[in-house]
Write a protein that binds this ligand. Structure first.
Ligand code: BGC
Length: 385
């Protein structure tokens, strides 16, 4: 039987509390237990990690009963590492990241970050909504990408820690009316939970006071070998999608939902990433139209690495998945003394389709006052011994 600790909800407001704490805070030492303590969630630790925009930045370590650790910063809502054992019992991180805040202040391409207000591209940074025309920041040539010049990945979020059955970190951010050109004050919450089944669940919620597009995701770059000296080209990938959205030369969808059948985009059966990548100009950087409906999460993708024996499963309630094969990584950024080269890592970003505000045939991304945006994605890691 699975052992569970029944912690009373403590919901500590770290913002104020942290200021009075010296350096580290281990929530489990402060919890009140209300049931049988049989040993499960080890909890959350908070460490000072520097400052940005005059605000304190922290690095949180979530640890589960198996010793699996996920580190997340309130700078950008960024997952900086996810340490799991391989088939030989060696621990290494399966995501790209830095152990110092400076690595993120140097603006890497969204390593591990929370992306918003709109994940991926909006053509020419333009859209109209309820009779108004909006011009967003254009930060990817003529297009808008991942929320603009200073998206949710580059802001300092407020943090709340909670240890219930599992350690969980909630980040809050108020994106003000007009930020990066978007209409409406948007209150956003992102909660990361690490379970004893080695799952990281990310719950997103948002509310607005003016109609606005919203499309939140996480931009973790995975390399299941745990060593970025290896590429991800030998990883095997399954995506449960019969269609994808073809793009123009600036990576804006043409609007077509095209069958993957007989194309290098067919991952309905597990296939290695490298098997057909040469047939795709520039490499994979596309949105797949997931074979799923409704509001509950489904298993949509499975990534496996034969060398480490690790498998990553992706579950989501979103209609789309951006599979980006790290095409623009060019060795100019290093981490742990190693260069991050092309295909050193890859992203599986759950999302609504790119440029939805300008594509009436795509599922809507409009959030209106009085409505609640809510979506969940779960990444689960397993190891084959
Ligand atoms: C996009 C890529 C982009 C990358 C990093 C991905 O989500 O699809 O085109 O280069 O993020 O910015």
């Amino acid at each position: 039987m699975k052992k569970i600790v029944f912690y009373s909800a403590l919901g500590m407001l770290i913002g104020g509390l942290a200021a009075s704490c010296s350096n580290k805070l281990t929530t489990t030492t402060n919890t009140m237990t209300t049931g049988n303590v049989t040993g499960s969630a080890k909890g959350i630790e908070q460490a000072d990690w520097g400052e940005a925009d005059g605000k304190k930045v922290y690095l949180y370590t979530l640890t589960n009963a198996n010793g699996v650790q996920v580190k997340i910063s309130n700078y950008g809502g960024t997952i900086t590492s996810w340490t799991t054992p391989d088939n030989k019992g060696n621990n290494s991180s399966i995501v790209l990241g830095f152990d110092q805040l400076q690595g993120y202040l140097d603006k890497p391409p969204y390593f591990g970050a929370t992306i918003g207000r709109y994940g991926n591209r909006i053509a020419n940074g333009k859209f109209s909504l309820e009779g108004n025309n909006y011009q967003l920041a254009t930060n990817d040539g003529k297009n808008h990408l991942h929320g603009g010049s200073k998206g949710f990945d580059k802001v300092v979020w407020d943090a709340n820690l909670l240890v219930k059955n599992y350690p969980s970190l909630t980040l809050n951010y108020l994106s003000k009316d007009g930020e990066e050109g978007y209409p409406g004050n948007l209150k956003v919450t992102v909660t990361f939970t690490l379970s004893d089944d080695n799952e990281v669940t990310i719950d997103y919620t948002a509310e607005t006071d003016k109609a606005t597009p919203v499309n939140l995701t996480n931009h973790s770059y995975f390399n299941l070998t745990g060593d970025i000296s290896n590429t991800i080209l030998n990883h095997s990938l399954m995506i449960n999608a019969s269609r994808y959205t073809p793009v123009d030369e600036t990576l804006i969808p043409t609007g077509e939902l095209k069958s993957v059948k007989g194309t290098p985009f067919d991952f309905t059966k597990a296939t290695t990433v490298g098997a057909r990548i040469d047939q795709v100009q520039g490499g994979y950087d596309h949105n797949w139209v997931l074979n799923r409906k409704g509001k509950s999460m489904d298993l949509v993708a499975t990534l496996s690495d034969p060398m480490s024996g690790r498998t990553l499963q992706v579950y989501t309630a979103e209609p789309g998945l951006q599979f980006y094969s790290g095409n623009f990584l060019d060795g100019s950024i290093t981490t742990g003394g190693k260069a991050i080269n092309k295909h050193s890592a890859m992203c599986l970003e759950t999302q609504h389709f790119p440029d939805s505000p300008n594509k009436t045939n795509f599922p809507t991304t409009t959030l209106r006052p009085g409505e609640k945006y809510g979506t969940t994605t779960k990444y689960k890691v397993m190891v084959n011994k």
